[in-house]
Design a protein around this ligand. Structure first.
Ligand code: GNR
Ligand code: NI
Length: 169
């Protein structure tokens, strides 16, 4: 297993639109293991392949507190959505930046699991937030794209400042 470098905003590669995965092979299985290791180590509750510079439709997540609910979504599609919720989001590609984002409250997702088997999942609350956040990455979107221009500018300013402080420390 190995830790993978995570791309950080405003890296242009985060804007790449991922393409569908055609088959689940051993190399993909290794990538999935490495993505879980990278996500848990960060620590984060989700990771999209885009963030580790692999531009295929793959995301992993685990919203449990004890690493007990690892989930893999290959070629995910939202087939139903309902309601609205606001959640304070963060992103491993924008360290230390948090902002409220409005998303669907309840979604139905169809995807393939790590064995290539199709499944359907109904999600709400944080799980629904996380799936929508990760699926955004797969189309080259990050959560600050959902903010007003003013809030987004503030987030970018804070990010630049944190980087500068980090570089001096
Ligand atoms: O670790 C993460 N936490 C989080 C919190 C609120 C909403 C979304 C997320 S996802 C994020 C990990 C990440 O950047 N995934 O792309
Ligand atoms: Ni993210």
């Amino acid at each position: 297993m190995s830790l993978l470098p995570i791309l950080e905003y405003p890296d242009k590669r985060l804007r790449t639109v991922a393409t569908p995965i055609e088959g689940v092979d051993a190399a993909l299985s290794t990538l999935i293991d490495d993505m879980f290791e990278t996500m848990y180590e960060a620590p984060g509750i989700g990771l999209a392949a885009t963030q580790v510079n692999f531009h295929k439709q793959l995301l992993v997540l685990d919203i449990s507190e004890d690493k007990s609910q690892p989930m893999v979504f290959i070629n995910p599609k939202i087939t139903a959505k309902d309601g609205k919720q606001v959640y304070q989001e963060g992103c491993l590609s924008l360290p230390n930046i948090y902002a409220d984002v409005t998303r669907y409250n309840q979604i139905t997702v169809e995807a393939l699991d790590r064995n290539g088997q199709p499944f359907t999942l109904e999600a709400d609350g944080l799980l629904a937030v996380c799936i929508q956040h990760e699926m955004d990455h797969l189309i080259g979107k990050v959560f600050v794209d959902h903010l007003s221009p003013l809030k987004r500018a503030l987030a970018e300013k804070k990010l630049a400042k944190m980087r500068k402080l980090g570089a001096e420390a």
